[in-house]
Design a protein around this ligand. Structure first.
Ligand code: GRF
Length: 211
C-alpha cells in the first residue's frame, strides 16, 4: 500500500478531509512546524503518528528543511501533501521530493499566490475565486496545476465568508487530486497536468458539480 506524509501548520481541516476520504493509502505521519497546531490533536485522535519540526528552533530555512526531511525520509512516502503548511520550502527540499510534493492553495492560481488570498481577491473585485491543488516547485505557489475549483464571489462577501466557501471546495479537490496521484493517473507534460481517464472538464471541479 502506498503511503502519504501530511504537513500542516494549524487547524488541519484539509488533513482531516484526506483522512475521511478513505484513500487507498496509509497516512504514515502528520508533521507540523508548530507544536500547538490543532491538527496534531486531530491526527492523534485518529491514531496517526505525529511529529513536530519547530521552525523556531532553527536559525535558517536550510537547517529547518533539513530537519523536516529527516522526519519525513524514514516513512519513505509516495506522496507528501502540504495541507495548510505555511512555510516556504528550499530548493533542496523541493528537489528531494520532486513530483511527490503537492500543495493546496486558497486561490485560483496563478492569481493571488502567497497569503491573504481572500482579502486580496475582494480588494481586486474578482467575481470568481477558488482554490488550486498543484505540484510544489521552488517558485512560490507556482508549480503545475493538478485541479481547481471555482467559487462565485458575492457582493456581501467578507474574507471570512469567502474563505469558508472556498474551504468546502478545498476539501473536495485535495482528496480527488491525491486519489489521481495514488492511482498513477497523473501525467506531467511541461506545465500541463493530464489526468488519465478523467474528462478535461472534470479537471476543473467547479462547484457544485463533480463529487
Ligand atoms: C487552507 O485554506 C489552506 O488552503 C491554506 O490555509 C488553510 C489551512 O486550513 N493554505 P486547514 O489547516 O487545512 O484547516
Amino acid at each position: 500500500m502506498k503511503s502519504i506524509v501530511i504537513l500542516i501548520s494549524g487547524r488541519g481541516s484539509n488533513m482531516e478531509a484526506l483522512i475521511d476520504s478513505e484513500l487507498n493509502a496509509r497516512i504514515a505521519a502528520v508533521i507540523s512546524n508548530r507544536p500547538d497546531a490543532q491538527g496534531l490533536v486531530t491526527a492523534r485522535s485518529r491514531c496517526i503518528p505525529t511529529a513536530v519540526a519547530d521552525h523556531r528552533s532553527h536559525a535558517s530555512r536550510e537547517s529547518f528543511d533539513l530537519a523536516l526531511m529527516q522526519h519525513i525520509e524514514p516513512y519513505r512516502p509516495d506522496l507528501i501533501v502540504l495541507a495548510g503548511f505555511m512555510r516556504i520550502l528550499t530548493e533542496r527540499f523541493v528537489h528531494a521530493f520532486q513530483d511527490r510534493l503537492i500543495n493546496i492553495h486558497p486561490s485560483l492560481l496563478p492569481a493571488f499566490p502567497g497569503t491573504n488570498t481572500h482579502q486580496r481577491a475582494l480588494e481586486e473585485g474578482v467575481k470568481v475565486h477558488g482554490c488550486t491543488v498543484h505540484f510544489v516547485t521552488s517558485a512560490l505557489d507556482g508549480g503545475p496545476i493538478i485541479a481547481q475549483a471555482a467559487v462565485p464571489v458575492r457582493d456581501d462577501d467578507t474574507p471570512a465568508s469567502l474563505a469558508a466557501r472556498v474551504l468546502v471546495q478545498e476539501h473536495r479537490i485535495l482528496p480527488a487530486a491525491v486519489r489521481w496521484l495514488l492511482e498513477d493517473r497523473i501525467q506531467l507534460e511541461g506545465r500541463r497536468v493530464r489526468v488519465a481517464r478523467v474528462a478535461a472538464s472534470d479537471h476543473v471541479l467547479t462547484s457544485p458539480a463533480c463529487s
